[in-house]
Design a protein around this ligand. Structure first.
Ligand code: ATP
Ligand code: MG
Length: 632
């Protein structure tokens, strides 16, 4: 058996041979002439000259081989419906949608903005775009008009696909008024809006602009739309980052590199097999939804379960009931969702037969050890933390347990794992830009040029921003900065200590907010915690902790003192927060990420900036009131 370290080294040293082999996992109409073109760093072009198509690889080839196997399983606890589409049916729906788009003049390179709830038509629209070479730009359904308008202007779509409404916890969220308002605000006006009418929120179509999906579907039923073969480096889609640290960046992705990267990860990382069911609880508005609800599982020939609803409705066992019913083998979720479940009766996890499930993958935010242990014990399957970004498109750090002939790297709590094949990950000293050679030194997580297949090509419409934002942190070096701060232990496991923006400098000591959070969250009374650094006249910066208790009634000065003592004992007095504030919820983005920059701004009495991605404004209001009372 080879060690994983050897395998990883091989992927870098014999880069072209490695990826040429992986490229065989997908169908090419014409084979690539060059594996990787690095002639114009920091840009990289993968599988140059090869032509392929994402939709063909996700749908057509399986529809031909196994037409009756399940492809898309849609479950909505919001409207109480379940539909299973076979590959043959998915093939048909996607072609019908592609025909509709073509009839509206949408073709190769045209942008289609998708503003949709989690319904099958959203996946049809993405795949239909991929089929005809149109570039999709999915915007998280329910985003406010202003956020949507700026994305409409950036993508300049010819057509928008939308629906009358989404639904959250049984409450209808009308999308159409938000969309109409956004189009009014935007400078760019799309020619057409294709509306899926779910019958949830009545609306009046705009004459000459809005089209009815059901009517067009009937008109184009049975249409045969051949796939458009695209050179590997054509654009498949653009997608915005979550906006946790500032203004979202428009990530642009290719066709061939993405297909190969996903196909490889579906095998090596997820161990998913054709004919099985994959369940990702994310949303198509996020990168996890693109890679591991729509494209990845389908490319691997798996059925993908698309779920519209909350994890706790009708009760906190809903996901597990779906695992049982559809024999899910691989599941993907986020720590924030697990923390929600943790607040409910653990017995709910035992109510269902989960024997089909082989692993649960979690990503998006640091997985704190108590949460990791809780879900590991409750499920009895490996919990696999994986670290990546919208930019990378697939995991950068994790443990790949399914590489033939390679000894699996054991998981280690607190660390997402080790660099994945293809990623030349370097931990650099923030000041000097030099690689850190010793274990347990803290630095910036970077990737050397070229980024592996599947990663962003550039920032949409702004090559200059791509270079300036990601590749300029170490002058004279071609390194991509993740803007995350981490350390590597003696065994090569990487730990993420927070965003570089969130590093605190207390009296000359550099501390990641994540280090302090991890320590505080190990206290048994605590459900969730956010730590931010705020300016301090004496020390430069001090840490402030905002804590959600398992039992809010326990909040007391004594508990605050206890938490502070806990930090003293584990990390030392430099890391001790100036205060521990008890709150009932923390400010998060719509994708469940902590909005530390907003917390920090409020704590320092500054304007919190762009809050369009903030999920629940009451979280910030609470902090404002709390700090206001204190200074009064
Ligand atoms: P923006 O770039 O607009 O500020 P964002 O970085 O939150 O937003 P995403 O691409 O959705 O946008 O998130 C990627 C980031 O999420 C990573 O850079 C990292 O900070 C964090 N992250 C993702 N997975 C993990 C993980 N497993 N452990 C720790 N952090 C993670
Ligand atoms: Mg980011």
């Amino acid at each position: 058996m080879k060690t994983y370290a050897d395998f990883h080294r091989h992927s870098l040293n014999d880069r072209d041979a490695f990826w040429a082999e992986q490229a065989k996992r997908i169908d090419w109409h014409t084979p690539p002439q060059q594996v990787c073109d690095t002639s114009r760093p920091p840009f990289a072009r993968w599988f140059v000259g090869g032509t392929t198509n994402l939709c063909h690889n996700a749908v057509d080839r399986h529809a031909a081989a196994r037409p009756d196997d399940a492809a898309l399983i849609w479950v909505s606890t919001e409207v109480g419906r379940e539909i299973v589409y076979s590959f043959a049916q998915l093939h048909e729906e996607v072609q019908t949608m592609a025909a509709m788009l073509q009839a509206q003049g949408v073709g190769e390179g045209d942008r289609v903005l998708i503003y949709m709830p989690m319904i099958p038509e959203a996946a049809f629209a993405m795949l239909a775009c991929a089929r005809i070479g149109a570039i999709h730009s999915v915007v998280f359904g329910g985003f406010a008009s202003v956020s949507l308008a700026s994305r409409i202007d950036d993508a300049a779509p010819k057509l928008i696909v939308s629906a009358d409404a989404g639904s959250r916890g049984g409450k209808v969220v009308p999308y159409k008024p938000l969309l109409d308002e956004a189009i009014t605000l935007a400078a760019h006006k799309p020619e057409r809006v294709l509306m899926v009418d779910r019958g949830l929120a009545p609306f009046t179509p705009v004459a000459g602009r809005d089209l009815d999906y059901a009517a067009l579907r009937a008109q184009h039923a049975g249409a045969q739309v051949p796939v458009v073969w695209l050179e590997s480096n054509r654009i498949s889609y653009t997608l915005y980052t979550s906006g946790t640290t500032g203004k979202p960046k428009g990530v642009q992705r290719d066709v061939g590199g993405y297909a190969v990267a996903l196909a490889t990860s579906m095998d090596y990382v997820f161990g998913g097999k054709a004919g099985e069911t994959y369940f990702s609880t994310s949303d198509i508005g996020w990168v996890v939804g693109h890679s591991y609800i729509v494209y990845g599982p389908l490319i691997a020939g798996m059925a993908t379960l698309m779920y519209e609803g909350l994890p706790i409705n009708p009760d906190a066992a809903i996901w597990w009931s779906l695992v049982e019913k559809y024999k899910v083998t691989v599941m993907f979720s986020a720590p924030t969702a697990v923390r929600v479940l943790k607040k409910h009766d653990p017995a709910l996890l035992k109510r269902h037969d989960l024997s089909s499930l082989r692993a649960l993958f979690l990503a998006g935010e640091p997985l704190d050890e108590p949460t990791g242990r809780w879900i590991a014990e409750a499920l009895g399957v490996p919990i696999i933390d994986n670290y990546w970004q919208t930019e990378t498109g697939w995991p950068l750090l994790t443990v790949a347990h399914h590489i033939p002939g390679v000894a699996p790297v054991p998981t280690r709590f607190g660390s997402p794992g080790v660099p994945m094949y293809g990623y030349d990950v370097q931990l650099l000293d923030e000041q000097t830009g030099e690689p850190l050679t010793e274990a347990n030194q803290k630095g910036v997580l970077t990737i050397a040029h070229p980024l592996p297949p599947g990663c962003l090509q550039t920032v949409w419409g702004d090559d200059e921003r791509f270079v300036r934002t990601y590749w300029s942190s170490v002058p004279g070096k071609q390194v991509y900065s993740t803007f995350d701060w981490g350390l590597r232990d003696e065994d090569g496991y990487t730990f993420i200590l927070g965003r570089t923006d969130d590093v605190i400098n207390v009296a000359g000591h550099r501390l990641g907010t994540r280090e302090i959070e991890e320590c505080i969250s190990s206290h048994s009374a605590i459900a969730e915690v956010a730590v931010v650094g705020v300016a301090d006249q004496l020390k430069g910066q001090v840490a402030l902790a905002f804590v959600v208790l398992r039992d809010p009634a326990q909040a007391s000065p004594a508990l605050e003192a206890e938490v502070l003592k806990h930090v003293d004992g584990q990390l030392g007095a430099v890391a001790r927060p100036a205060r521990v504030h008890f709150v009932s919820l923390l400010p998060k983005t719509r994708s469940g990420k902590l909005l530390r920059r907003a917390l920090q701004a409020v704590a320092e009495g500054r304007d919190p900036g762009d809050l369009t991605t903030l999920d629940d404004p009451t979280a910030l209001a609470q902090v404002k009131t709390l700090l206001g009372h204190r200074s009064a």
